[in-house]
Design a protein. Structure first.
Length: 204
């Protein structure tokens, strides 16, 4: 099912601008900063962290653009579990075992088709849909209170391909510069990501 969605959205993005005139009218670049949270992760469900990145785009018709996006995230730590067991040699001194986890959004690369709806001379609403690839790294550490220097670490690195869709608005500061805000949902097999980004862009 995920594969068919990927093929459909990719075909849409590639085919949509192939109508006269199929020559880019404007190019633009943006720097963005925002937040990301994992909406259905059983382990890291409540974690939100900061992202930064950029976008490059080309306007192929007055109200349709193709844009590439790259986002990078910081890491977040959380205590997943703390348990207590009795030390057979000293029943009055329980041993605490702590499992902590670290999550890092290493990168997310996406390609979107973006449709604009001008509201005023300076304000434009838009929707976008596209394909995306993400790399998420997780690290788990297990430690015991009776062996504080013996910390066991396990790592995993997950690459996923999925699709994304979102909405937003753009405010034109002048003919060359603009500000933008958007909400985007990234959907994958293992987990979903919700993103809120603010950006400042320049047209070429």
């Amino acid at each position: 099912m995920q594969g068919s969605k990927f093929i459909f959205i990719t075909s849409f993005i590639i085919a949509a601008p192939v109508v006269p005139p199929a020559i880019a009218q404007d190019f633009y670049a943006e720097g963005v900063v925002g937040t990301v949270d994992f909406s259905n992760s059983s382990v890291f469900d409540d974690n939100t962290f900061t992202t930064f990145g950029g976008r490059l785009g080309a306007k192929v018709t007055p109200n349709f653009s193709i844009e590439g996006e790259a986002l990078f995230g910081d890491s977040t730590d959380t205590i997943l579990e703390t348990s207590s067991t009795l030390d057979p040699s000293d029943l009055s001194d329980p041993v605490l075992t702590t499992i902590s986890g670290e999550l890092e959004l290493s990168s997310t690369y996406s390609l979107f088709g973006k449709a604009d709806l001008p509201l005023t001379d300076r304000i434009t609403a838009f929707g976008r849909i596209g394909v995306t690839h993400t790399n998420v790294e997780t690290k788990f550490r297990t430690s015991r209170s009776d062996q504080p220097n013996d910390v066991r670490v396990s790592k995993s690195n997950v690459d996923e391909i999925g699709f994304a869709f979102g909405v937003g608005a753009e405010f034109e500061v002048n003919e060359r510069f603009y500000m933008r805000g958007d909400l985007t949902h990234y959907e994958f097999d293992e987990q979903d990501i919700n993103s809120f980004q603010l950006g400042v862009g320049m047209k070429f």
